[in-house]
Ligand binder design. Structure first.
Ligand code: FER
Length: 323
C-alpha cells in the first residue's frame, strides 16, 4: 500500500500536468489532445508483446495481448458538437445535502430534450477522473450535446445524465495534490448510494428499477464504476469503466460471484486505449471476466489516457443503454 501511494504521488503529478494541458488544448473534432502532446513522440503500438511506456511517463509498460482490439469502429468526428437544428436538452448545476460528507454538494444534471414530469426516464451516473470534479466531463465530451445528437439521430433513448463530484470530502476540489484525495473517491460509494441517487430520484422523474440505472466513468471514475457497479448489482444493471485507474479492486474481489454478474448485468463495458499506461488494469479485468465467462464488451481503441477515448466510449456506450 505504501509503495503504491508513493508511486501514485509522483505519477499523479505527471498525470495532472497532462490533464490540465489536455483540457486547454482540446479543439472540436481533434483526435484528443494527448494525441498531440504525448502520443506522437511515442512509437507505434507494439503489435506483439513488446513492453513500452504509456503517455506522460506514468502507468507502466504497455504489453498488448491478441484480444486487445477495438470492438467497434471509431465514431465520426464532431459527436459532441452542438447542432443548432435539433432539439436541445438542458444542463443544470444542482445542490444536494450529503449525509455522507456532511456538506451541501454540487452535481451537474442533463435532462433530455422535451423532458417532462409526465414521463419517467432512465438515469446514467457518470463519474470523473482524479484531477476532475462535477464539471470535468464537460471539458472532455460535452455529454449534453453528445446525447442531444444521439437522441436526434434515433441512436439513444432519452435519459438523464448525472455528473456528481466523486471526491467525497468537505473540500472536494482537486487541489494541488489530487492524488492525495484518492481515499475520498472510495468514500463516494456511500454518497452515491445514500445521497446522490435519492436526491436525483426525488427531484426528477426517473424510473427507479436497476434496469433503468447505469454507472460509467473515466479513470478514477472508471475504477469507482467497476467497484460500486459490480459491488451493487441490485442497484446498477449497466456498467462502463473507461481507462479504469489503479483504484479498481482486484478482479476476483470485483466479481466474486461470476454467475450472478453474468445473470444480472445488462451491459458490462471495459475499455482502454492501447497507448494508455494504465491498460494493465483493464486487461486484468477483461481476462478475469473472460475466464469466468461473464459477458462483457472489451473495447481497446487507439487512444491514450485522453479525452478522445472518454468521448468516444461515452458515445458508443450511451447508444446501447436501456434497450
Ligand atoms: C494511479 C495512477 C492514475 C492512481 C490513479 C490514477 C490511485 C488516476 C488517473 C485518473 O483519474 O486520470 O496510480 O492511483
Amino acid at each position: 500500500m505504501k509503495t503504491t501511494y508513493a508511486t501514485c504521488a509522483f505519477l499523479g503529478f505527471a498525470l495532472l500536468a497532462g490533464l490540465s494541458s489536455r483540457a486547454q488544448e482540446r479543439q472540436p473534432g481533434d483526435a484528443g489532445p494527448s494525441a498531440k502532446t504525448n502520443i506522437q513522440s511515442a512509437p507505434a503500438p507494439a503489435s506483439g508483446n513488446q513492453p513500452r511506456r504509456g503517455p506522460g511517463g506514468f502507468g507502466g509498460p504497455i504489453v498488448l495481448n491478441p484480444d486487445d482490439k477495438p470492438a467497434f469502429d471509431d465514431p465520426p468526428a464532431g459527436i459532441d458538437q452542438k447542432r443548432e437544428n435539433i432539439p436541445q436538452g438542458k444542463l443544470e448545476m444542482i445542490e444536494y445535502e450529503s449525509k455522507t460528507v456532511g456538506t451541501k454538494r454540487k452535481m451537474q444534471v442533463y435532462t433530455p430534450p422535451g423532458y417532462s414530469a409526465n414521463q419517467k426516464y432512465p438515469v446514467l451516473y457518470l463519474l470523473h477522473g482524479i484531477g476532475g470534479d462535477e464539471t470535468e466531463w464537460q471539458r472532455f465530451a460535452h455529454p449534453n450535446h453528445l446525447l442531444d445528437n444521439l437522441i436526434a439521430d434515433g441512436k439513444a433513448v432519452p435519459m438523464i445524465i448525472v455528473m456528481p463530484n466523486g471526491r467525497a470530502q468537505k473540500d472536494d476540489r482537486a487541489g494541488p495534490n489530487a492524488m492525495a484525495t484518492a481515499p475520498a473517491f472510495a468514500k463516494f460509494e456511500r454518497d452515491l448510494l445514500d445521497d446522490v441517487i435519492p436526491a436525483i430520484q426525488s427531484r426528477y422523474s426517473t424510473y427507479t428499477n436497476r434496469e433503468s440505472r447505469a454507472l460509467a466513468g473515466l479513470s478514477m471514475g472508471g475504477g469507482q464504476t467497476l467497484n460500486f457497479g459490480l459491488g451493487h448489482l441490485d442497484t446498477f444493471a449497466w456498467v462502463g469503466g473507461f481507462s479504469s485507474a489503479p483504484n479498481t479492486k482486484p478482479p476476483a474481489q470485483l466479481v466474486p460471484d461470476p454467475a450472478a454478474a453474468a445473470q444480472k448485468l445488462k451491459l458490462l463495458w471495459v475499455s482502454c486505449g492501447n497507448k494508455d499506461g494504465l491498460i494493465r488494469i483493464s486487461q486484468g479485468v477483461h481476462l478475469y471476466l473472460k475466464e469466468k465467462q461473464v459477458p462483457h464488451i472489451w473495447h481497446v481503441d487507439g487512444n491514450g489516457h485522453d479525452a478522445a477515448h472518454w468521448r468516444n466510449n461515452l458515445w458508443l456506450f450511451a447508444q446501447r443503454l436501456f434497450k
